[in-house]
Design a binder for this molecule. Sequence first.
Ligand code: SF4
Length: 380
Amino acid sequence: MSDSAVVDSPKFELAPYKSLSNDELVARIDAVRGVLGSKLLILGHHYQQDEVVARADLRGDSYQLSQLAASSSDCRYIVFCGVHFMAETADILANRPEKLAERQGVRVPVYLPDMAAGCSMADMAEIDQVEAAWADLGEVIDTEEITPVTYINSAASLKAFCGRHGGIVCTSSNAAAVLDWAFARTRRVLFFPDQHLGRNTALKMGITNAQMPVWDPLADEFGGNSTESLQASRVVLWKGHCSVHQMFTAAHVHQFRERTPGIKILVHPECPQEVNDLADVSGSTGKIIQTVEAAPAGTKWAIGTELHLVNRLKSEHPEQEIHFLSPVVCMCATMYRIDLAHLCWTLENLQAGTPVNRIEVDEETARWSLIALQRMLEVK
Ligand code: SF4
């Protein structure tokens, strides 16, 4: 078996896997898992389909999974059932200098079963756009007075940008602590790519919408803002959003409250402000799960996050009444691309020594990204 190199011609083509039944795919996936044992780590994001999550060794949100990948000592191959930026972060953390030293320089390759599994939010901030915005901001504000903060849901190049410019990465669970860290250093923050997480977090810290202009990378000048509004800003929000969480509205909250007295609204901070303001609880994927787990039997919830996770919570907690907050299907279409066929194809090619779909961050980008990630890890 090859340790990492992706070959031009994999031993197995993808097409035949698509006609196999789920039972056949599961049996073949488990056969590879049996042979590779603890050398293989399959990570499954909470938003994945149930049958994929069931084959994962570890389940979590993007940050938890990267942490788990980074701390595993036995594993020699990671297959990440998530999206592109998550596999990049796993590659950076699993192959950071101290880990490489422990393994005598041997890298742990990370594979993404479908290369088209991207993230529409991450794609809304490209490194050229962020660098152009930084240069434009420098015409009206001293950029020494701005800390760039990127949500972990972003390309490695943006994390590296933050590393180079004294900035930091945040997750949906530590965004407030990260903003505190940033404000202890500079008066202003440039927050990308998710405007909603940035806004919802900063509002709770007493920063007003008037102090949070939105930077549109497609606008002609200064992201569509006046120089005065930028000079008065505390947080410049990037005009990006999650296409899944953006779908929840205040009307959905009102409908549930009218129909079901006593219902509690539990949402992710990637939802728009109008939804967050009305919710009983707003928190990361991990907090949503913990909140449901800790609730007494009979609690009624309308939950605003990705559909697969809500359906799983519903089946795992029959003692509670759990509803999906929106009447329309809000699921992560890119995450959904990872299915049993792609997972089986990836694993059998890995076992055959013709690995496919390796995600590898170049050394320079990884080095600067790691600086921004380590700053985040140091924030309590
Ligand atoms: S749920 Fe939203 S933020 Fe998460 S991977 Fe999908 S598009 Fe990206």
